[in-house]
Design a binder for this molecule. Structure first.
Ligand code: ZN
Length: 294
């Protein structure tokens, strides 16, 4: 089972960059197949901004003390909604604290407690969901039959808490969703190229995959494929995008589209926590279910 999924989890696709009224957005080819039912986009830093450096590009993150940056981020969120034809008044933005928590949104007007939440899911049409990123992995999940949507923020902590799996489980429990009817996109995030980390981090990530027994050749192959090392004795470099893809595939999601962009390798396109040394803006992952036109 694991080895079948491994190949798909490691396969990345070159996603296209497109200009949308001055904003450069990235879309998953797989999710774009359902564009009549689902609007989605991953933003880049390309697009106007009005805040001082390092937030002078298109920044959506307002969690900074500077009121000028906050105001600019709020204006940029509004602009992003306008460009995508989404109702900004209904925009839902969770707080994001590197938790494994996903909540459902059942009423468009509701303001659920989302301060300590890193994933949101809804069955509501025309309610846009937005999360912020600067290296962490954005995941958008769409359930075709029941018309459901989820977005999660998966840094290593969220990935270690299997937040993508938690989103699938929540949709199953809340609405009777079927994983077999889901498709998912794993967006631009830090790659193994730029992500040396600790052995303890790797151990926690591996626990989410319910791997075959210690010492088995299947286990060895999976670990070697998902955790790179530049040389013997060097820090391990987990492939966070592939870990999230593996979690989704193991949960029964048949198709997962993984973006090839590394946020740290491309400061021209993305905000990157690692590349910037910590002080930087945020790009977004936004999605919204479209009311059926049929
Ligand atoms: Zn890189």
């Amino acid at each position: 089972m694991h080895t079948i999924h491994l190949e798909q989890a490691l396969k990345t696709n070159q996603w296209n960059l497109n200009d949308h009224q001055g904003l450069t957005l990235i879309q998953s080819p797989l999710l774009s197949r359902y564009k009549e039912q689902l609007t989605h986009a991953f933003t880049t830093r390309i697009g106007s901004g009005a805040a001082p450096a390092p937030y002078e590009h298109f920044n959506l993150g307002g969690n900074v003390p500077d009121p000028e940056v906050k105001l600019d981020a709020l204006a940029n969120r509004e602009r992003l909604c306008a460009v995508l034809g989404a109702n900004h008044a209904h925009l839902k933005v969770p707080g994001q604290v590197h938790s494994g928590t996903v909540v459902s949104i059942l009423e468009a007007q509701s303001k659920p407690a989302m301060a300590n939440v890193d994933g949101v899911s809804t069955n509501l049409m025309s309610v846009p969901l937005l999360l912020h990123f600067a290296d962490c992995v954005p995941v958008i999940i769409y359930e075709k039959k029941k018309q459901l949507l989820a977005i999660v923020h998966a840094g290593w902590r969220g990935t270690a808490q299997a937040i993508a799996t938690n989103a699938v489980t929540l949709m199953v429990n809340e609405w009777g969703a079927e994983p077999a009817q889901m498709v998912a996109a794993v967006g631009p995030a830090i790659g193994t190229c730029c992500y040396p980390t600790g052995d303890d981090v790797v151990e926690q990530l591996l626990l989410t995959l319910a791997l075959p027994a210690d010492g088995s050749s299947v286990r060895t192959k999976i670990v070697e494929s998902l955790v790179k090392r530049k040389a013997e004795g060097e820090q391990p470099r987990p492939d966070l995008k592939a870990f999230n893809a593996m979690q989704l595939l193991l949960a029964g999601v048949p198709e997962v589209d993984v973006c090839s962009f590394c946020t740290s390798c491309r400061p021209d396109l993305f905000y990157s926590h690692r590349q910037s040394g910590g002080k930087t803006g945020r790009q977004g992952a936004i999605a919204m279910l479209q009311p059926s036109t049929r």
